[in-house]
Design a protein around this ligand. Sequence first.
Ligand SMILES: Nc1nc2c(ncn2[C@@H]2O[C@H](COP(=O)(O)OP(=O)(O)OP(=O)(O)O)[C@@H](O)[C@H]2O)c(=O)[nH]1
Ligand SMILES: Nc1nc2c(ncn2[C@@H]2O[C@H](COP(=O)(O)OP(=O)(O)OP(=O)(O)O)[C@@H](O)[C@H]2O)c(=O)[nH]1
Ligand SMILES: [Mg+2]
Ligand SMILES: [Mg+2]
Lengths: 278, 295
Amino acid sequence: ALEHDDITDDLWDELEETLITGDVGVQTTDKLMQVLHDRVEAEHLTRGRELRDALKEELEILLGDPEPLVFSDTSPISVFLVVGVNGVGKTTSIAKLANLLKRQKHRVMLAAGDTFRAAATEQIKTWGERIGVPVISHQHGADPGAVVYDAMQAAQARGTDVLIVDTAGRLHTKFNLMEELKKIMKVLQKYDPEAPHEVLLVIDATTGQNGFAQAKQFVQDSGVSGIILTKLDGTARGGIVFAVASELGLPIKYIGTGEKLGDIAPFDPVQFVDALFE
Amino acid sequence: SLTQRLDNIFDRMRGKGKITEKDVADAMREVRQALLEADVNFKLVKQFVNKVQERALGAEVLASLTPAQHIIGIVHDELVEMLGGDDPEATKIKFAGEPPTILMLVGLQGSGKTTHAAKLAAYFRKNGQKVGMVAADMQRPAAVQQLQQLGRQLDIPVYAEPQGNKPVDITQRAVRWAREQALTVLILDTAGRLHIDDALMQEVATIRQRTQPQEVLLVVDAMTGQDAVRVADEFNKTVGLTGLILTKMDGDARGGAALSVRQVTGVPIKFMGTGEKTDALEPFYPDRLATRILG
Ligand SMILES: Nc1nc2c(ncn2[C@@H]2O[C@H](COP(=O)(O)OP(=O)(O)OP(=O)(O)O)[C@@H](O)[C@H]2O)c(=O)[nH]1
Ligand SMILES: Nc1nc2c(ncn2[C@@H]2O[C@H](COP(=O)(O)OP(=O)(O)OP(=O)(O)O)[C@@H](O)[C@H]2O)c(=O)[nH]1
Ligand SMILES: [Mg+2]
Ligand SMILES: [Mg+2]
């Protein structure tokens, strides 16, 4: 029925509700509503369908063009550092990505950089065994920088071409934990000034407005080259990424859609925006 | 901050004398924005702002020399009440007539259940209880080891069974074990699950039926957004909840999800997680959270 209906106040309210309940955020939503009002006037839009399509276009613009994973073009080993706050899905996403890259004929290795949390090393080692990918780890409580150093050595020795580094969950507000992350990066940079070639920030789709604060702080402290948005198999829409992408210029590279190895997909902005309206 | 934004509205009309209904409407728009930025549920914000507006249009505010403070006061009071500030007894853990008292933790993936099983264990042991934990997550890699390691750190026994056994059976046998060990508190850690996964939601409903816990606590990440209401509602309808634990409060998430889950389930927030270590557990203070939500 929307196809031929006029634009009504109810429709404006419905669209605003869809955005806010999708965690797009009130400020981003207000900006989008303003842009839409301008477009309705400028383009003489009259149908509900036209308004909804215009909104989808504006949302896609905020996301930017899809960007693939960046591999090193100067060094034989591409290093991907995976970061984010606690429990968002870093370790699981690393397993999925490693599996994907292995199937694409890459020689993958994992570094168990979370030496803090109980059974973090066992968790990633279990994944490594399941996928058939070597995992470099130290004992619980070891310096994560030492694990990374070891991993770079091992990667060089074994002809690895992709090293994915897992890190402990850390709240972006914890100064000493963010400093620890900078130290890990320095170890990588000693080996290859270009490393890490990707710093992938993992964001949980159930996160509200705090997701933006997380991204902003990680950009400042470690730099971020791409986002992995997880848990989209739930009912949360991950709308915070519109602000993260448009205001921080961060590309969403992958989405997580479940707890199994196959539950990862390259980010598709059109599908993502459509899902917001389902 | 909201105080500054409201001050701006009311400063504008200083010297003009009375506050008008329009000034209050402008103020309500600011309150709405602050609550949405704090992740309070969209529909709940509407109801809440209407309630505040009614009170704000009362003679007190319209005649007040400090209308901004007055409105903030009303908002703060309403938040505290909604968060359960009027019933501090509700936040206590309900003990069983005969031991063990069983606490079951449920929630979405990564919300902090396993960590809080350990925190609760440490807390009860400090209060003189004989505590045990049950590693009933048989699906996440190394989940059992995670709880076992935490148990070793705290010197608290962990009941675990081999891979392949089912959580509904493990938890039932764990209760028998707890009685044999003369434990007074037993904490069941369950696997993270989606509220829309029928099979897994049935699983926790069955665990509850079979183990008859005194407390079924939904573990909720403080940074959860608008989806919190739906998640809490589903868990409450399918499993039945007796309380909530709000985790990762040591971050800077405003925590508006707490208001939403408290409102939709009607059950009290019993604890807050404020760090990764096993001592980072605090009782819930509604007025502190109200201040934080307001930003
Ligand atoms: N439903 C769903 N669950 C996921 C997804 N990604 C990860 N998870 C689950 O989320 C939980 C946390 O995942 P982890 O990989 O341990 O998260 P993490 O960021 O490494 O956690 P910490 O290292 O403790 O900070 C696990 O139960 C995962 O199975 C996803 O895309 N969908
Ligand atoms: N900073 C902080 N981190 C926390 C808190 N509670 C838990 N965590 C961390 O959050 C991450 C997830 O915690 P878990 O206890 O594994 O979460 P879970 O709900 O058992 O996860 P699943 O079993 O996969 O569903 C870990 O890195 C914990 O250390 C808290 O209150 N503050
Ligand atoms: Mg991890
Ligand atoms: Mg767990």
